[in-house]
Ligand binder design. Structure first.
Ligand SMILES: Nc1ncnc2c1ncn2[C@@H]1O[C@H](COP(=O)(O)OP(=O)(O)OP(=O)(O)O)[C@@H](O)[C@H]1O
Ligand SMILES: [Mg+2]
Length: 288
């Protein structure tokens, strides 16, 4: 039997799905900010992006303007098998950017699944229809609406939720804050990635390390950058995200910073990061 060729976009180039987990067990390093704004930047340059909010805090959902009453179906429902992934996908105010929101229910997931043998593989299973191009954006549109990127926003812990993300992902993107203890946590995260690779997900790779909240006036910041670049080599993106007050203001308006203030240094940095990621993957830019 002859296998069907992969379906391609209108432009003729196939656009494979890339699943990226944003993980760092250290809290407050910019995981959620990067999920929201990298997702928005990728969507702005033509990618079809799904953000999966895997943190009970629900900051990615709030930051995208989806308040608690709007979270009818959540990542909890998907992971517990009560809802199909496609039914839990919600549109956002950003064209081509969708979200599966989270609720506090996620806090109980570990308990609820304690005896389930496949408890670390729930997200991977749930995302399988996307790999087959079945689940699409909910937005009415005439263009090809299959997702090309899934960004998973992990909680600040190496718990069952993060394990689900690492088991489902092609690669891990590590946001690292430019501060003194940055490297300590990184070694532990890299060990966990190796363990997951061996036990659950052989394809798992390091997508890259993005330095966040960089302050050029701070000597310590510059030293941390040098140390991380020495330790991780070219896995560290050229693009650094500067500390920028507009980035921190945007979530309280329920908006990505790119919608809140496109011209600010933070927005421009996230646009550069999106281009750098696409370039490094050797993808052709999507025809927006
Ligand atoms: N580039 C930046 N400039 C200024 N503030 C920033 C920047 N990036 C993130 N912040 C702020 O730092 C705080 C932590 O960021 P964020 O919530 O993205 O981190 P996190 O790693 O997702 O945290 P958690 O571990 O709690 O999930 C937030 O208040 C956010 O607005
Ligand atoms: Mg977060």
């Amino acid at each position: 039997m002859i296998a069907e060729p992969p379906e391609s976009q209108a432009g003729g180039s196939p656009r494979p799905l890339r699943i990226i987990a944003l993980a760092n067990q250290k809290g407050g390093v910019g995981k959620t900010t990067t999920a929201i704004n990298l997702g928005t930047a990728l969507a702005a340059i033509g990618e079809h992006v799904l953000i999966v909010d895997l943190d009970p805090q629900g900051n990615a959902s709030t930051g995208l303007g989806i308040d608690r009453r709007q979270r009818r179906l959540s990542t909890y429902d998907v992971l517990s098998g009560e809802a199909a992934l496609a039914d839990a996908v919600q549109v956002t105010a950003v064209p081509r950017l969708s979200l599966i929101p989270s609720t506090m229910d996620l806090l109980g997931l570990e308990m609820a699944m304690a005896s389930a043998a496949d408890r670390a593989q729930r997200l991977r299973r749930a995302l399988e229809p996307l790999d087959r191009g079945e689940a699409q954006e909910a937005q009415p549109s005439t263009e090809d609406r299959r997702f090309t990127y899934v960004l998973i926003d992990c909680p600040p812990s190496l718990n069952l939720l993060t394990l689900n993300a690492l088991a489902a992902a092609h690669a891990v993107l590590v946001p690292l804050q430019c501060e003194f203890f940055a490297l300590e946590g990184l070694s532990q995260l890299l060990r966990t990635v190796e363990q997951v690779k061996g036990a659950l997900n052989p394809r798992l790779a390091i997508q890259g390390v993005v330095l966040t909240m960089f302050d050029p006036r701070n000597n310590l910041s510059a030293q941390v950058v040098a140390d991380v670049r020495e330790f991780m080599g070219d896995k560290v993106y050229e693009t650094m995200i500067p500390r920028n007050v507009r980035v921190s203001e945007a979530p309280s308006h329920g908006k990505p910073v790119l919608l809140y203030d496109l011209k600010c240094a933070g927005s421009q940095a996230y646009l550069r990061l999106a281009s750098e990621i696409i370039q490094r993957e050797g993808r052709l830019p999507a025809a927006a």
